[in-house]
Every structure is written in C-alpha cells, then in structure tokens.
Design a protein around this ligand. Sequence first.
Ligand code: RIB
Length: 343
Amino acid sequence: MASKRSVSMRDVAALAGVSIGTVSNVLNNPDVVSPATCEKVTAAIEKLGWVRNESARQLRAGRSNAVGIIVMDVQNPFFTDLIRGAEKYCYDHGLSVYIGNSDQIPEREASLLDRFESSRVRGVVLAPIAPQTDAAERLRRLGIPVVLVDRANNAGFCTVGMDDIEGGRVAVKHLLDLGHRRIAYVGGPSTLSQVANRRRGAEIALDSVPDAEPLLTVSTPTLDIASGVTAAQELAALPDVERPTAVFGANDMVAIGMLQGFFSCGLRVPEDVNIIGYDDIEFAAAAAVPLSSIRQPRHGIGRTGAQLLVEEIDAADGKCEHTHQTVLLSPELVSRRSTSAVA
Ligand code: RIB
C-alpha cells in the first residue's frame, strides 16, 4: 500500500500561492502579513490538514520550549507530588515537560541529562542522587540552567530542599519526648545526603539525652517499602532486651515497609514498637496505623524549583536579573498513632 507522503510546509505554500517564508510568517509573525494572505495560508493549512512539527521547528530555532525534570524514584509519592508542583508551574508558563527517572543510578541520571541536552531543553529541575553534580555542572557550562531540588544547598545552583539535619533531630526528639531511649534509624544508602543528614540530626537529638542508648543504625540498599519490611524483620529478630522500642525511617516508604514487617513478625505498632517516617506522603495518614512523620511541602518544593528555573531561563534571555537562591525549608512534625508514650 503506497504510503501517503506527509504534507509539508512547501505544499501549503504552493496551494496558497505564496512563499515558504510567508507561511512561516503567518505562523510565527502574523503582524507582518496582510489579513488576506493570512486567510489564504490558513485555508490551505486546513484543506491539506498540515500539522506543524513543533519539535523540529524548535530544534531548528536552536532550542525547545520544554524543560526536563529528573527524580530518583517515580514510585515514591514524594517525587510524584514534587513533579506535579513543577509541571503545573511550567505548564502555566507555556513550557512542556520531559520527565526522567534516574532510579537512584548515577549513570542513568547522567545519561538523562545528556539526552535532555540533545533535546535542547531550556533547563532542568533535578533531584540529584550524589553530592557531586558533575553532569549538571556540564549542562550549566553549555548554557542550560539546572535547579537542584530535594537538596539543602549546592554552590553554583539554585537549590530547594529541607533542612534534613533539623528534620532528623525533630523526628528523634519526638521519640525521646515520648520516653523512648533505645531508638533505631533505618534507611540508606548513606551516600544519599538526605539519608546521612537525617541520621546526623537523630544523633544530635540523642546527644542531648544522657540516658539514651547509642543510635542503632540499619542501612538499606534503597528507600522503598521492601527495604523497610526487611529491616523490620531484622529488628524483630533481636532479643527483647536489645530490640529498639522506636524506629525512625529515613522516609515514609521505608516506614510503611517497617509497619508491614513488624506486623508480619507479630509485633504491634505502637504498643511494641513506635515508628516515625519522613515526607508525610498521602499514604502516611492512610496507613493501617496512621504514621507519624516529618512533613515536606512536596508540591511546593517542585513549584519553587520550577519558578527558579523559569527565572533563570528568562535571565538567560536577558529579560531579568537572576542570582542563585538557596531555599531551605524547616521541618514540621506530624504526630499520629504510630508513636506513643512508653508504657
Ligand atoms: O530521595 C529519597 C528521599 O529523600 C525521599 O523520600 C524524600 O524524603 C527525599 O527528601
């Protein structure tokens, strides 16, 4: 079956009896074309059913009208809420969005940044995996703005993120205030600055209570439910006198996994063990035992990241001035049934 040649801008020009440049002006700069000519070209476009290849046009113009958003784990509602906040802001400002999931794999993050660069994105909102930002710095040198989110601060970039040291301190102070003295921190890998900083905050809280035992740390390969289930089963297997009476999950996905893990081992929450998570995703409140957590303004982090990126793009176009900003958010404790005073 003969393939129907796709209709081109040349066909539109021929049918309307004008040059290709006139068709381009009708589409991109109609003020310089007479109304009669605009009508002829518009009629030809409708008659032929021609659709402009926007991506090709933008690439010919040297850049797209899109931005990239890269996160670590699209299965984690923390990141899907962050993406929603960023995407809405971009949509409201006429920008399309390409979304990439690095799956906590640095090589994949770098590859996604390369692909976004070759797609001529206007900028990138990045939730980085590693403390180093080599690939992001290369994009900046190529003139493509990058804003880091879920990152407390990073010289040379706009950043939007939680003070995770303070967040970890607030989480464990809550457990200490309830009378717990044998506390565990569950999460990993510790190469993630979020994980390391939350643990640091937990240790600071413990330092202020002389009779508290040293923090028991259970490192996990990922920050997901499966890792939480496994960690809880390890902790449940400890002798009663060694088992922590309270655990702090590095994020809510780990904490929800621990809820499942302790249940599967016959331990009750909060009667036998308390759990507090981090992020306050929607499922925290909806969990079988509503989860105490440290709230992160996820949608707002995404929106603010996109806002800073659009400002940096406009500055690159000479429309405004821009200086890099560090937006450091304060943690908010949300206490629910998964934590209670020691009997
Ligand atoms: O990126 C992993 C975790 O760090 C997320 O769950 C969220 O807490 C982020 O800050």
